[in-house]
Design a binder for this molecule. Structure first.
Ligand SMILES: NC(=O)c1ccc[n+]([C@@H]2O[C@H](COP(=O)([O-])OP(=O)(O)OC[C@H]3O[C@@H](n4cnc5c(N)ncnc54)[C@H](OP(=O)(O)O)[C@@H]3O)[C@@H](O)[C@H]2O)c1
Length: 323
């Protein structure tokens, strides 16, 4: 039986990887503090990676180790503790490692940010770069998966799902959009990503691979979400300067228009996914993802508190000022 250790395994993505591998017949062990339930059929070992003894109970041979940590010190410690005991090692990094967000179509050879050094103030991208360096020391046993924006039902970041909720809650009322001209978007369905991690690790793929979907004009994706959500009202575009003056942020977080990027970030959502396809990655049609996200947002409540986007009240106030 294939023996798999997931460092994590109770999170949104890592939980799906754990479940998929368990459904596939592997013996799956997860290491987590246990703040969230483990998927069915998976053994949870409770441990805190802030502690130096975190890996003691896991000191045996593994066919596959998968790590989702965004802390370089955690990654360094586990590579030191278990690196010699693993046949294959997969690290979930991010396209945030890339230093250049302007050049469209860049592949995995593009320059990355400087790696975090011990004692530096926490910076997600720098930590991911430093963590990748630790994993690369394992040579061709290591696969580094660099996802772009991960989307799907249950997304804890609330970014992509904002648009499903915004169109669904508006019904026949107006919806505020960001500038769409020249804007692209590129996402990966969480289940396609989990499937890729399992199949690429099992196939012995090594090196770094961008795990992202195909590029779509942002306009087309929002229109597809609008249709799926049954919106029949008007859409109103706010200009970039006007939105900035009114405290509306790009991309993510409170009082933002998610997925909207500054005009000069033309390379951020337009990266090459050739290696992903070449190494067995499969993408479902984006309409399938959108249908699932719309159903999930409606089930969770379109007016729920969110980590990203505008509240309905803020959106109405902005529209009233704009028109
Ligand atoms: N969302 C995106 O669009 C996006 C884009 C690019 C890359 N990524 C990457 O994709 C991955 C997402 O994975 P995910 O959804 O599974 O992440 P997650 O929801 O943050 O889960 C993290 C896992 O690690 C465990 N964990 C956290 N701190 C720990 C500690 N101190 N000791 C032991 N276990 C600990 C958590 O369990 P406990 O809390 O119970 O300990 C959980 O199982 C990350 O690597 C992220 O950087 C995300």
């Amino acid at each position: 039986m294939t023996d798999v250790l997931i460092l994590g395994g109770t999170g949104w993505l890592s939980g799906r990887i754990a479940r998929l591998w368990a459904d596939d017949g592997a013996a799956v062990t997860c290491l987590a503090r246990g703040e969230r339930p483990e998927p069915p059929g998976v053994t949870l070992v409770r441990g805190d990676r802030d502690r130096s003894d975190a890996y003691d109970r896991l000191a045996r041979d593994w066919d596959h180790v998968v790590d989702v940590s965004s802390r370089a010190d955690h990654v360094a410690a586990v590579v030191a503790a278990l690196g010699a005991r693993a046949r294959r090692w997969t690290y979930i990094s991010s396209v945030s490692v890339y230093a250049d967000d302007a050049t469209p179509g860049a592949d995995e050879s593009a320059p990355v940010h400087e790696a975090a050094a011990p004692g530096d103030e926490y910076d997600y991208a720098a930590e991911k770069v430093a963590a990748e360096q630790q994993v690369r020391a394992l040579g061709d046993r290591a696969l580094i998966v660099r996802p772009g924006l991960i989307v799907g039902d249950g997304d804890p970041s609330d970014r992509f799902g904002y648009w499903a909720a915004a169109f669904a809650r508006a019904g026949s009322d107006r919806v505020l959009l960001p500038p769409l001209e020249g804007r692209a978007t590129q996402v990966i369905d969480v289940d396609d990503l989990a499937a890729y991690v399992v199949t690429a690790s099992s196939a012995g793929v090594s090196g770094a691979v961008n795990a992202i979907g195909d590029r779509h004009p942002l306009r087309d994706v929002l229109l597809c979400i609008r249709n799926a959500a049954g919106h029949c009202g008007e859409t109103v575009v706010g200009e970039a300067g006007w939105l900035a003056d009114h405290g509306v942020a790009y991309w993510a977080g409170e009082r933002s228009l998610p997925l909207w990027l500054p005009a000069d970030m033309t390379g951020f959502m337009t990266r090459s996914n050739a290696a992903f396809h070449r190494t067995g990655g499969v993408l479902r049609p984006i309409d399938d993802t959108i249908a699932r996200v719309v159903a999930d947002e409606i089930a969770r409540g379109v007016d729920r508190e969110r980590r990203a986007g505008l509240t309905r009240e803020d959106e109405r106030a902005l529209l009233a000022e704009l028109l």
